[in-house]
Design a binder for this molecule. Structure first.
Ligand SMILES: Nc1ncnc2c1ncn2[C@@H]1O[C@H](COP(=O)(O)OP(=O)(O)OP(=O)(O)O)[C@@H](O)[C@H]1O
Length: 255
């Protein structure tokens, strides 16, 4: 399934947050949204996911969802949102039970997503026994269990330390390479965007507008850490964003 955002604008009361955003998300593509603090990245993700309705414009879902899809637009949050009293298996099982999937069918899906996220040995662990990076892998496995058409990731790595972020980026690349998925990925971190994004959308400061869309042709699996071409793209993105970020940072808070 592809997504087409047509001239989306959004305001909260008098606060204009997003202005005239048009964007395509193609199937099996990771689209990263970057932009200064408060420019409306998370708001745009909520509008895409249908949690809120845009003040103007629309989000079109083009083509059918994958076979067996239980939830076309599925979120992955920064704080993992795992139930602490349920094991890894139990956390994943819950979303399937919610859809009436039980027994062998449920077990097969759980085995599949634990395999894809390389968590097979941790099925019986409780969240408190896992590192932050492992918890986020469980959250990703849980999202995959509902066979989403598009995963919506809101700063999924920003609660993690730098080393864990690197490992999880490798994991996401591996996951996508083994079986491509479609995602919209909000991040502050330009290194993450150039590592994971097929397309990087730079938003201006609030009201967020599309400043630039950068496409990176290098396959994800070939994007090595420290690659000169990626660093040049990252530098370019920072040049586009720097003045906007500074202006956003110096803006007086409206309290
Ligand atoms: N439910 C809401 N009601 C009123 N204002 C809101 C609401 N949600 C977000 N905002 C405002 O909309 C603007 C954009 O917020 P949003 O969280 O989408 O930005 P962001 O780019 O994701 O920010 P950050 O990078 O800091 O996470 C902010 O000024 C925020 O205060």
């Amino acid at each position: 399934m592809d997504l087409s955002l047509e001239r989306i604008s959004h305001a909260y009361g008098d606060t204009e947050v997003l202005r005239d955003i048009s964007l395509e998300v193609q199937s099996e593509e990771i689209v990263c949204l970057v932009g200064p603090s408060g420019c409306g990245k998370s708001t745009l993700l909520r509008l895409i996911g249908g949690l809120e309705k845009p003040s103007a414009g629309r989000v079109l879902q083009l083509g059918g969802a994958p076979e067996g899809c239980l939830n076309p637009l599925t979120y992955v949050f920064q704080d993992f949102a795992l139930l602490p009293w349920r094991t890894v298996r139990g956390n994943i099982s819950l979303v399937l039970e919610d859809h009436g999937i039980k027994g062998a069918a449920r077990d097969a899906i759980i085995a599949d997503v634990l395999g894809r996220t390389r968590l097979g040995d941790f099925a019986d662990a409780l969240p408190r026994q896992l590192s932050g990076g492992m918890k986020q892998r469980v959250a990703i496995a849980r999202a995959l269990a509902v066979k989403p058409a598009v995963m919506l990731l809101d700063e999924p790595l920003s609660a993690l330390d730098a080393q864990t972020r690197e490992l999880l980026m490798d994991d996401l690349v591996g996951l996508w390479t083994r079986q491509p998925f479609t995602a919209v990925y909000v991040t502050h971190n330009l290194a993450e965007a150039v590592r994971l994004g097929h397309k990087i959308v730079v938003l201006s400061r609030r009201p967020g507008q599309v400043r630039e869309v950068v496409e990176i042709a290098t396959p994800l699996a070939e994007r090595a850490h420290g690659d000169a071409e990626l660093e040049a793209v990252q530098k370019h993105l920072w040049n586009v964003m720097r003045d906007e970020a500074r202006a956003a940072d110096e803006e007086l808070l409206d309290v």
